[in-house]
Design a protein around this ligand. Structure first.
Ligand SMILES: [Zn+2]
Length: 363
């Protein structure tokens, strides 16, 4: 399935996997456990006491059998009620928006939300003001690049995806848990990753996902994303900007240089947004901007709020402008992308789709 040249909204492919149920899920789902949250079946299990009661009834007369079958019906109903009430509390997910044709996820490595707010960062501040934002989103403990990006890209906790290392492993084997790019690719969407650190090779799970290591920093990342947009815009793009982390380590988080350099990163993000506008893709693209971690002094990796707090901004197609969000964690990024694509969301307590950022469509 290739949607590269058509203008079919992503909505047209929605719910296919959910409707098909677990039997049709792609092999990639074996790597990580997934479920369709909107499809919830619960079985009522009779208690042993009830079963003994039922056995006794078999020996009784037909009148008693009628009595018992009514009794059984009522009992089953009573047993089912608490279950039904429980189901009602885990509400089914709303339908994803129908006007999204492209999704662009941008990770600003080591970008502190308070630094974005202190810098002019006109592009990022515009996206936050005209989109949905949580300036107090949280990354995972082990607030370093690979564990945190693994949660951002898989929707799983560190325990679940198992990436506890931060250096590029020898031969760079891909991680086991599927990223949203792999899952989207397997479901037939065109996908691309542009990253600014070589060690992101651990996320290369499919040849079908176009992969670029842009080795010259933020500008080269933006260059490559713009090139992809101009040639054959992928439906799902992940772009990683490395500079904020680099300047945090070299000059200190919240130093003048670090904050000024965030404006340069902001400019590069703006170049991509301008290109989307030039190509008339802005209105049909969902943009999510976040970070893997913050930092303090010249490092990060602790559980300090300075290291743990990240921005989370959603803008564009489907998003209700001016929405203030709260309680977001880094892994919610994947759940939101998969939900927006109409794909099953991760079966993990670590993530949920941020549906409250989106305008509910009339059913
Ligand atoms: Zn770092």
């Amino acid at each position: 399935m290739n949607h590269r040249n058509d203008k079919t909204p992503l909505g047209a492919h929605k719910q296919i996997l959910c409707r098909g149920g677990f039997k049709t899920r792609p092999a990639a789902y074996r790597l990580a456990s997934f479920k369709c949250r909107s499809v919830g079946a619960r079985h009522v299990v009779p208690s042993p006491f009830f079963l003994a009661f039922f056995d006794a009834s078999i020996a009784a007369s037909w009148r008693f059998n009628i009595f018992f079958s009514r009794f059984i019906f009522l009992l089953v109903l009573l047993l089912a009620l608490p279950s039904a009430a429980q189901d009602a509390t885990s509400e089914p997910l709303p339908a994803p928006p129908s006007d999204i044709e492209h999704i662009l996820v941008i990770s600003l490595d080591g970008a502190r939300p308070d630094a974005i707010q202190q810098a002019n960062a006109p592009v990022l501040q515009h996206l936050a003001a005209e989109g949905a934002v949580d300036w107090n989103a949280q990354t995972v403990e082990l607030s370093v690049t690979l564990p945190a990006h693994s949660s951002m890209l898989t929707g799983l906790s560190v325990e679940e995806h198992g990436v506890t290392y931060n250096d590029m492993p020898p031969d760079c084997p891909p991680i086991e848990a599927s990223t949203f790019l792999t899952l989207a690719s397997d479901a037939g969407f065109s996908t691309a990753m542009v990253v600014g650190k070589e060690k992101f090779c651990i996320y290369v799970q499919r040849e079908a996902v176009d992969y670029t290591f842009a080795r010259e920093g933020d500008r080269s990342v933006a260059d490559r994303v713009i090139e992809l947009l101009q040639t054959d815009p992928p439906e799902v793009i992940f772009a990683h900007f490395p500079n904020p982390d680099y300047f945090g380590h070299s000059t200190g988080w919240m130093s003048e240089t670090y904050i000024n350099e965030l404006n340069s990163t902001d400019f590069q993000v703006g170049r991509i947004l301008d290109e989307l506008a030039n190509l008339n893709l802005l209105e049909t693209t969902l943009v999510i901007i976040t970070a893997d971690h913050g930092g303090h002094d010249t490092g990060h990796g602790t559980t300090l709020p300075e290291d743990m707090t990240i921005p989370w901004i959603a803008y564009g197609a489907g998003i209700t402008p001016g929405t203030e969000l709260s309680g977001i964690t880094i892994a919610d990024t994947t759940a939101t992308v998969l939900w927006a694509l109409g794909l099953p969301v991760p079966e993990s307590d670590a993530s949920r789709p941020i549906t409250e950022a989106f305008t509910q469509e009339p059913t």
